[in-house]
Design a binder for this molecule. Structure first.
Ligand SMILES: Cc1cc2nc3c(=O)[nH]c(=O)nc-3n(C[C@H](O)[C@H](O)[C@H](O)COP(=O)(O)OP(=O)(O)OC[C@H]3O[C@@H](n4cnc5c(N)ncnc54)[C@H](O)[C@@H]3O)c2cc1C
Length: 404
């Protein structure tokens, strides 16, 4: 039998984390169980300003403790935590709904492939939250077949000069740094002429144009490069071997965890809302036909437990300094498709009310979050590599099946 119980040392560390959160997490950014998630639109600008300030205060407490990047050595702003301590830290933050404020995945990539100078230059500001990064991988003609990318970087003295275009670049309008894959040797086989570069977004020659999603989110952009000069020393890993550096990054990105507990919390919030509706507004509850998809709701709870187990596997690999590969693809495909199933079940359970995104609270259960999630969860099975590509990875690298 698998025993998930803490040892005495682990229990002590878990208490330390709980106490730290209790003592340091400002009230303004605590999330009540019925709030789960980011659906707090009714709060006015004053409240938002307070939250920005509270987040700064929380970041400072985490930076001082080294818990922004807990796995990293102390010299780069980490806390050198053991694998099991990292696991407990993650779990406790999610359970208590404390904002995690980690480092972007590019930090882990620099930690694996970067030079000492690059680590000193880029990691500490990342921990302090002074740099915001975006990912320049996809291009209009290169998404799933990323290795066909065409953005060109030509060597000129100590610099590369970049020309080309990226697309779907999340957060480029807010970022002050970018990590990008660029073609440095067009004659080489396509995987072998690519370099992984880091450079500031205010470099002359960069322009950003927004793309608006169907959920109205303005999350991603087109990014254009015209004669952008980047020092060659900003290449991570060997020049022309950036494909493999970039692939490490995707493995980190796909293995992002913590969502499993969040998904169960969403289901808990939905269950609480449905029970409340039944007790307080019996008429509306009849309208919602709460009884019919009951078994579907039960399935979602089973899947939440599966999602947690898949995440635990990935965490345990990361904890042993292994980079999850097809295991990360399994977690990504399950978790993102599960999000869509949660949104479908929720909108079904809430009947027509579940489709309303704005308006008075009595007509927008849980502030319209489910209708928004119904729309926004579509994109997560595309971002970071589509579900079809994840299944290809699982079939070939995980199961050893021949390539199709
Ligand atoms: C919300 C969101 C955020 C994103 N953020 C970023 C970002 O910050 N930076 C960045 O660089 N990119 C980003 N992307 C882009 C994302 O990585 C690409 O959209 C994704 O890799 C798919 O590429 P594509 O859109 O060109 O689709 P295509 O590759 O053209 O695929 C079209 C369809 O064909 C299928 N397909 C393609 N090849 C195969 C195959 N070999 N086997 C089976 N099916 C296949 C795909 O699964 C898909 O259904 C983001 C995307 C989204 C939706």
């Amino acid at each position: 039998m698998v025993d998930f119980a803490d040892t005495a040392d682990q229990a002590t560390f878990r208490r330390e984390v709980e106490q730290f959160i209790e003592q340091n997490l400002p009230e303004q950014i605590r999330t009540r169980p019925d709030q789960v998630g980011r659906f707090q639109e009714e709060d006015g600008p004053d409240r938002n300003e307070q939250r920005v300030e509270a987040t700064k205060q929380w970041r400072k407490a985490l930076v001082d403790k080294g818990w922004i990047a807990p796995a990293w050595p102390k010299e780069y702003g980490g806390a050198n935590l053991s694998p099991m301590e990292q696991f407990i830290l993650n779990e406790t933050f999610t359970e208590t709904r404390a904002p995690r404020l980690g480092v972007p995945d590019v930090g882990s990539t620099i930690m694996v492939h970067g030079s000492d100078d690059q680590k000193k230059e880029f990691l500490p500001p990342m921990v302090r939250g002074e740099t915001r990064w975006c990912q320049g991988y996809s291009e209009p003609g290169s998404g799933s077949d990323l290795a066909s990318l065409q953005t060109r970087a030509v060597r000129d003295g100590d610099d590369f000069v970049i020309n080309g275009q990226k697309i779907w670049t999340s957060g480029a309008h807010l970022a002050n740094m970018i990590f990008a894959l660029v073609r440095t040797d067009p004659e080489a086989p396509k995987h072998r002429g690519i370099t992984y570069l880091l450079f500031p977004m205010d470099s002359p020659g960069i322009s950003v144009r927004p793309l608006v999603q169907m959920s109205d989110a303005r999350g991603f952009n087109e990014v254009f490069f015209e004669d952008v000069r980047v020092p060659a020393k900003n290449a991570v890993g060997e020049i022309n071997r950036g494909w493999y550096v970039g692939a490490t990054h995707l493995d980190f990105e796909r293995s992002s965890i913590g969502s499993a507990i969040g998904q169960r919390q969403m289901l808990d919030a939905l269950r609480n809302n449905l029970t409340k509706t039944r007790d307080e507004q019996p008429e509306r509850s009849r309208l919602n036909r709460v009884d019919s998809p009951r078994s579907e709701f039960a399935d979602r709870y089973i899947e939440a437990a599966v999602a947690k187990t898949l995440s635990q596997r990935v965490i345990s690999m990361q904890a042993r300094n292994l980079i999850p590969n097809y295991e990360a693809s399994m977690t990504k495909v399950f978790s993102t498709e599960f999000n869509q199933r949660i949104a479908r079940t929720a909108t079904k359970l809430l009947g027509q009310y579940g489709q309303v995104r704005g308006g008075p609270e009595e007509y927008t259960p849980m502030r319209g979050r489910w209708a928004t999630m119904y729309l926004s969860s579509v994109s997560s099975t595309i971002a970071g590599g589509t579900s079809e590509i994840q299944r290809n990875v699982i079939a070939t690298r995980g199961l050893g099946l021949p390539r199709g």
